[in-house]
Design a protein around this ligand. Structure first.
Ligand code: ZN
Length: 217
């Protein structure tokens, strides 16, 4: 799942308007922000296998540190603790921890059997939405658009930057998603990792948008 995670980040603004959109994206996409780094330093592995599922050619053969359930729970607690140590806001810290976990749950819905529960154990879980292109597009598209709608309703642009910044991000993410879905498989795992690193820029984009919008709820 890709834009669905950003949908979850957008939607969280409706529940708690204190954290910036950048922080919400940071949490909802946290383990996919770690993953390309772990690929590049060689502690996790992915291979390209055309037809692995109809939706993606990526076979996530080994990613226990970023994507095991136990790993994600630890990251969620750490994320919440670090936020709390800066902001002293318990409610927001819990919400951000929950957003980190939401990533794993959304991945669980989409992936083939590749998500481990405990690092080092072969038992893996999945629900396999990626075996249907149409269902994936419908469900992930709905999560993204519903989340974006909730963010738009919860905030108001303070200036042109707040409006153009937000709409350009929504369109940008939809275009990137479409390219991912309909283009040829990536040339190498290094290319996947490097492209994955660009997601950090989307987090920064979220901070910039949020600075130029005000909460209306
Ligand atoms: Zn993921």
């Amino acid at each position: 799942m890709f834009i669905g995670h950003f949908g979850a980040g957008f939607a969280a603004k409706k529940i708690d308007n204190k954290p910036s959109l950048g922080t919400l994206f940071f949490a909802s996409q946290f383990i996919d922000l770690l993953w390309p780094i772990f690929l590049l330093i060689g502690i996790e592995r992915v291979i390209i296998d055309q037809g692995n599922t109809v939706f993606t050619p990526l076979d996530f053969i080994y990613y226990p540190f970023s994507h095991s359930l136990i790993g994600v729970l630890i990251w969620a607690i750490l994320f919440g603790l670090v936020y709390f140590s800066f902001k002293r806001n318990f409610k927001s810290s819990v919400l951000l921890g929950a957003l980190v976990i939401s990533h794993w749950i959304l991945d669980l819905i989409t992936h083939r059997p590749d998500l481990p529960i405990v690092p080092g154990n072969d038992f893996k879980v999945w629900l396999g939405l990626w075996n249907s292109v149409i269902l994936t597009l419908l469900i992930e598209g709905f999560i993204f658009l519903a989340g974006a709608y909730l963010y738009i309703k919860s905030t108001k642009a303070q200036n042109k930057k707040g409006k153009i910044g937000l709409w350009s991000l929504i369109i940008f993410l939809i275009i990137i998603y479409a390219i991912n879905v309909f283009s040829a498989p990536p040339p190498s795992t290094e290319a996947i990792a490097v492209a994955g690193l660009f997601q950090w820029a989307i987090v920064a984009w979220g901070y910039w948008i949020d600075r130029n919008r005000v909460n209306v709820i």
